[in-house]
Write a protein that binds this ligand. Structure first.
Ligand code: ZN
Ligand code: FE
Length: 256
């Protein structure tokens, strides 16, 4: 198994598209191409030839470049089986427990409904890389457009079980606003306070705060921490059921 080289492309107002290059075979995947031209330009600048598109979910800011990039490169589009009807140009359908080999780099697929009903994530274990789309963000999680809090909490627990060193390649730079909310529900969390100082300094200079690590998310992301006594106290649910605390936290974020 081979380690990926990963290149981050900021597009639109706050999206991140990723190129993942497997050097032994030369295979190169675009993860969630929101757009076409900037992705093709970035691949050319790296000297990489796009062979695959990996889609986490159907939203336009994740699949907008699918058909044109496929037309330009003849690449293979891999996406969620549960949402095959909404993924433009899909060739290969994958689901929970499946693996997909990008050249010599193996991805494990997680089915993570909540943000949408068909959302998946790709975990490249040997590369410590998780491409989680709009399910987990730095200090946040995706809005529940098509799923229940119980579904989303179940999905997030799959990520929580991954190694601390896992890099979280989420699809949006939402970190600063997520962090402000996180501080409102867990103001006593010293790691969170320190992380926000770092995030504010980076954003001041226009530096991306993504990827983060799962260690940081486990320590500071309120949506991975419904078991936190401080968070439970803030939302008025001490000792509360974790799904209920998660749901209340998500609802508060929606109105923050
Ligand atoms: Zn989305
Ligand atoms: Fe998105």
């Amino acid at each position: 198994m081979s380690k990926l080289q990963i290149h981050q492309i900021p597009v639109l107002s706050d999206n991140y598209v990723y190129l993942a290059h497997e050097p032994e075979s030369g295979a190169t995947a675009v993860i969630d191409p929101a757009v076409t031209q900037e992705v093709l330009d970035a691949a050319r600048a790296k000297g990489w030839t796009i062979t695959h598109i990996l889609n986490t979910h159907h939203h336009g800011d994740h699949t907008g470049g699918n058909l044109e990039i496929k037309k330009a490169t003849g690449c293979t589009i891999v996406g969620p089986k549960a949402d095959k009807g909404r993924i433009p140009g899909i060739d290969v359908e994958v689901d929970e427990g499946d693996t997909y080999d990008l050249g010599k780099a193996r991805a494990q697929v997680f089915f993570v409904p909540g943000h949408t009903r068909g959302h998946i994530a790709f975990w490249f274990k040997e590369s410590d890389a998780l491409f989680c789309g709009d399910t987990l963000f730095a200090m946040g999680c995706g809005r529940l457009f098509e799923g229940t809090p119980a579904q989303m909490w179940n999905s997030l627990q799959k990520f929580k079980a991954l190694p601390d060193a896992t890099r979280v390649f989420c699809a949006h730079e939402y970190t600063q606003s997520n962090g402000r909310f996180a501080l409102s529900v867990e103001p006593q969390n010293e790691k969170l306070v320190a992380r926000m100082k770092d995030v504010d300094a980076k954003r001041e200079k226009g530096i991306p705060t993504v990827p983060s690590t799962l260690a940081d998310e486990k320590a500071t992301n309120p949506f991975l921490r419904p078991d936190s006594a401080d968070l439970q106290a803030t939302v008025g649910m001490p000792g509360g059921d974790l799904v209920a605390v998660f749901a209340e936290t998500r609802a508060r974020k929606d109105n923050f």
